[in-house]
Design a protein around this ligand. Structure first.
Ligand SMILES: Nc1ncnc2c1ncn2[C@@H]1O[C@H](COP(=O)(O)OP(=O)(O)OP(=O)(O)O)[C@@H](O)[C@H]1O
Length: 589
């Protein structure tokens, strides 16, 4: 999802993040205070050194002044400034990093909280790579708001005032000039660069995010790409995307490089003019000549704080673009809204689907006017060719997709009147794509029911024909799957997912293609086990294979998103032109 734009993101986007800083303001204020101590120590150290050098040189010109000149006090002052500078820098690192890391963990939690209520379909809008990028790179960019933008800007402003005051004590005119000139030199370049680099910065962020997403996607599909000989072509695509991103980065870097050059030139001019003014006043006799070096070195010390401003403004651009991208996720209206409490209690585990229409944003109409009642405890197969809308119906029942029209109810209570907790407790699901977490097989199975004992798990796995597989695992249930579940074959993974679903005690069981990839004997064995374990529970079994379905109570056939036929297996078999009969004849051939 590319969302770069030529429009300047509004600074108001940062308000929520600035407000987030409040709970950590103590740490952050300490950070800023220490930063100021460091800076003032640097300015004091340089200014005092400047004065000390020139004053001691002038004092050395005559024996009387050399004897009376106090060398010890200024050198003790310089040593004190060196110590406070080191302590200030250490304190600043500790306090500001502590505050920033706490802030970062809060920001991450908030984005997770915003993502959590989005249905999987709403999240597909972003893609996993894009979402990962927003959760990591964009939040990290926001983390710079304090460290690289707020703190250096405030410190630079205070440093300018500090320089003005130090010089102003000896000559108010030169002090005022130095403060204004430092402010102008420090802000003109960054402001110009800021205006010129909005678009390339936004483009860089979008291209960087797209590159990450493309890379993750291609690494996921590496086996297929190698098999089809597409890896080199895909590498070329990635290289091209990287070049585009680098070009945007170069553009931005050039603009900021020019801004730094402008700032340095103006700061150099400020220094030259300050020195010239101080020399002129000395020649008029209204300024002590030992103060010329102090004034010059004070301006130079101010450079240290001001030189952070270009980077602060550059970071501000990235922070604003990151804030806009995160805002899109944070404020995404959840497509599925659950009431906090149930409006009524479901009477039983029956399901009622009436005139259901489900479509997707790309215009695909997956279900059209589907009506179906499943009685509590009934076992129903949802049969149909690929793409007929079977999975979409399951997704609508668990509210992963919202219908455009029609109604869905559980135990005579509309699904949207049930809290998320009640809904999740009512259903147990084995989806088509089973995800195994990087955890032991035991933990993966206990996801559905943490109370399940080892014996129950082993018994069920054996009943589903996974006994041999389990016996081969080096540490039994304590073994870990390879990432992505690749230590199980497709059929084994499917049965593992079925086992996980069956271990839950939820009253409604939804299984999506549980026998896919299994030979007929194993498929029948698995179906029998499912039926037995679902005695007294409502079962909706999605499949495109007719194997073993005669043992279920009813069969509903979906075709092209519409309910084509419905009845007991025997009644459908009795009609030679029914889809179920035709499918059985085809399988028998
Ligand atoms: N997120 C989505 N966005 C757009 N279209 C979708 C989405 N999910 C499904 N579809 C489309 O909706 C239709 C029904 O898909 P569905 O997955 O429900 O079919 P199915 O019968 O379960 O297929 P299969 O047996 O192959 O899993 C298909 O045309 C599919 O391309």
């Amino acid at each position: 999802m590319s969302d770069h734009t030529k429009q300047t993101p509004s600074a108001s986007l940062l308000w929520p993040y600035l407000k987030e800083m409040l709970p950590f303001s103590l740490w952050l204020s300490f950070g800023m205070l220490f930063s100021l101590v460091t800076l003032l120590s640097s300015i004091g150290m340089i200014a005092l050194s400047g004065w000390f050098l020139s004053a001691s040189a002038l004092a050395g010109l005559s024996a009387t002044s050399a004897a009376t000149f106090n060398y010890f006090l200024p050198s003790a002052g310089i040593r004190l400034f060196v110590l406070t500078r080191t302590a200030g820098r250490y304190g600043e690192r500790v306090a500001s990093h502590e505050g920033t890391l706490r802030l970062l963990s809060q920001l991450r939690r908030q984005v997770y909280d915003a993502i959590e209520p989005l249905s999987p379909t709403a999240l597909q809008r972003y893609g996993s790579g894009e979402l990962l990028s927003r959760l990591t790179a964009d939040i990290d960019a926001l983390d710079s708001l304090y460290l690289r933008v707020v703190a250096p800007s405030i410190v630079a402003l205070l440093a300018i005032i500090g320089c003005g005051i130090i010089i102003g004590v000896f000559s108010p005119g030169i002090g005022l000039f130095a403060a204004l000139a430092l402010l102008f030199s420090g802000t003109l370049g960054p402001w110009l660069a800021w205006r010129l680099s909005h678009y390339p910065t936004s483009q860089w962020q979008a291209l960087n995010s797209r590159l990450r997403a493309q890379l993750i996607e291609r690494l996921d599909a590496l086996p297929e790409l190698l098999l089809y000989g597409r890896w080199h072509a895909e590498t070329a695509t990635l290289t091209k995307a990287q070049r585009q991103r680098d070009a945007a980065e170069c553009h931005t870097a050039r603009v900021w490089g020019l801004s730094q050059w402008l700032s340095q030139t103006l700061l150099g001019l400020t220094l030259a003019i300050t020195l010239a003014l101080a020399a002129w006043l000395t020649s008029l006799g209204s300024l002590d000549s030992t103060l010329i070096a102090l004034m010059g070195l004070t301006v130079l010390a101010g450079f240290e704080a001001i030189s952070l401003l270009p980077q602060a403004w550059q970071t501000l651009g990235r922070v604003l673009h990151a804030a806009r991208r995160l805002e899109a996720v944070r404020t995404h209206v959840p497509s599925v809204v659950y009431p906090l409490n149930d409006h009524a209690q479901p009477r039983d585990a029956s399901l009622n689907i009436e005139n259901l229409h489900v479509g997707f944003t790309d215009g695909t109409q997956a279900l059209t006017d589907v009506s179906l009642t499943i009685n509590a405890g009934e076992h129903i197969a949802l049969l149909g060719p690929s793409g007929s809308g079977k999975t979409t119906l399951l997704n609508a029942l668990v509210r992963f997709v919202e219908p455009q029209r029609g109604s869905l109810s559980l135990g005579q209570v509309a699904l949207h009147d049930l809290s998320e907790q009640t809904l999740r407790e009512a259903f147990t699901v084995a989806p088509q794509d089973i995800h195994l977490f990087v955890a032991s097989y035991r933990e993966n199975l206990q996801l559905a029911n943490p109370e399940t004992s080892d014996d129950e798990m082993i018994e069920l796995l054996e009943a589903l024909g996974l006994g041999h597989w389990l016996a081969e695992q080096p540490a039994g249930l304590d073994s870990y799957p390879d990432e992505g579940g690749s230590s199980l074959s497709g059929g084994q993974l499917r049965r593992f997912g079925v086992a996980r679903a069956l271990l839950s005690s939820a009253p409604i069981v939804l299984l999506d293609e549980p026998t896919e990839g299994l030979d007929e004997t194993t498929a029948l064995q698995v179906l029998d086990e499912i039926r037995q374990r679902c005695q007294g529970r409502t079962l909706l079994l999605v499949t495109h294979r007719p194997i073993g379905l005669v043992r279920l109570d009813r069969i509903a056939v979906l075709n092209n998103g519409r309910l084509q036929e419905m009845g007991t297996p025997q009644a459908l078999l009795a009609k030679p032109d029914s889809y179920f009969s035709a499918l059985n004849r085809r399988i028998a051939l």
